[in-house]
Design a protein around this ligand. Structure first.
Ligand SMILES: CC(=O)N[C@@H]([C@@H](O)[C@H](O)[C@H](O)CO)[C@@H](O)CC(=O)C(=O)O
Length: 310
């Protein structure tokens, strides 16, 4: 039997920033930057929900010990300032994921999310569901989200197939972070939806399309620095002001279209965040390459011209 959400558990909705991991110039975790980062998101971007140690946070390049340190500090600094901290605990090893899931319970994270392993890949919905159940069993009291990002994992199991009967297998299941462009698969998930689930869309440049289909919110990297604009998009959409919502969506498409021509990746994205926020986030970790200063300057110029108010 599926357990119902407790009365204190709120549905995860709205804008969620997938955070970058602050590193020193030498490549070590820069824990002291997390407090200012939380303040930047809440005060300057109006973003009060975060998804930590995900793709943008380069989780797969971090050790389990580093991920625990980061998760703990994000939860500590977010307390009383933010509404929700999702800790991503996906790893290549089930044991590492279970260890991180248990740790997330101990540090009082609000929820956990899990990406599919991508070296040995589950090759059907049953295998993926069985794997997710094993991770969730290490943190049965934490709301659990599946993180679907097939462009990176290469795991193309349709989410609508995964969702069939999942609440029986994983009582803590609360939804999906859907970072893919297959809007038919996303749309078909809604027929399987339960009242205590959230379906969050994860392709920022197409967020409005996700909302039209029924997304409860969105998780993404660009909400770190266009959060203030995307909160406006969300409220325009809620009020039925589609022209306004489209105008904001088109601005991000214009920006990302140019950035992608220059090789937009996590390294470039991180450098843009450094320049826009003034935070000391350091370089990415290899194999992600640091952003060339000329590329950073040109992308920042474009950003400033499109989003002068952010
Ligand atoms: C592939 C990728 O990194 N996708 C990003 C998007 O926010 C993406 O950066 C954005 O849509 C620009 O393409 C997120 O879905 C990833 C994310 O939320 C995370 O960091 O876990």
């Amino acid at each position: 039997m599926a357990i119902m959400a407790s009365s204190s558990e709120k549905l995860l909705t709205g804008l969620v920033a997938a955070t970058f991991t602050p590193l020193t110039e030498e490549g070590e975790i820069n824990i002291k930057e997390i407090g200012p980062y939380v303040d930047y998101l809440t005060e300057r971007q109006g973003v009060t929900k975060i998804f930590v140690n995900g793709t943008t946070g380069e989780s797969m390049s971090l050790t389990v010990a580093e991920r625990k340190l980061l998760a703990e500090e994000w939860c500590k600094k977010a307390k009383g300032k933010m509404d929700h901290v999702v800790v991503h605990v996906g790893c290549m090893s089930l044991k590492d994921s279970q260890d991180l899931a248990l740790h997330a319970t101990q540090i009082k994270a609000d929820s956990i999310a899990v990406i599919s392993p991508s070296f040995f890949k589950p090759n059907n919905a049953h295998a993926l569901r069985t794997y997710l159940k094993a991770v969730a069993s290490a943190a049965p009291d934490l709301p659990f989200y599946y993180y679907h990002i097939p462009s990176i994992t290469g795991v193309n199991v349709l989410v609508r197939d995964l969702l069939v009967g999942i609440e029986e297998q994983i009582p803590s299941f609360r939804g999906v972070k859907f970072s893919a462009i297959d809007l038919m698969d996303f749309g078909l998930c809604f027929s399987l939806m339960k009242p205590n689930w959230s379906l969050l869309y994860g392709v920022d440049e197409q967020m409005l399309s996700g909302l039209v289909l029924g997304a409860d919110g969105a998780v993404g990297s660009t909400y770190n620095y266009v959060g203030c604009q995307f909160n406006k998009l969300l409220s325009a959409f809620e009020k039925g002001e589609l022209v306004e919502a489209r105008t904001i969506q088109f601005k991000l498409q214009d920006f990302l279209g140019s950035a992608m021509k220059l090789g937009f990746d996590v390294g470039v994205n991180k450098q843009l965040m450094v320049e826009v926020s003034g935070l000391s986030l350091g370089p990415p970790r290899l194999p992600v390459m640091p952003c060339h200063p000329d590329v950073a300057a040109s992308i920042k110029q474009k950003y400033k011209s499109i989003f002068p108010q952010c």
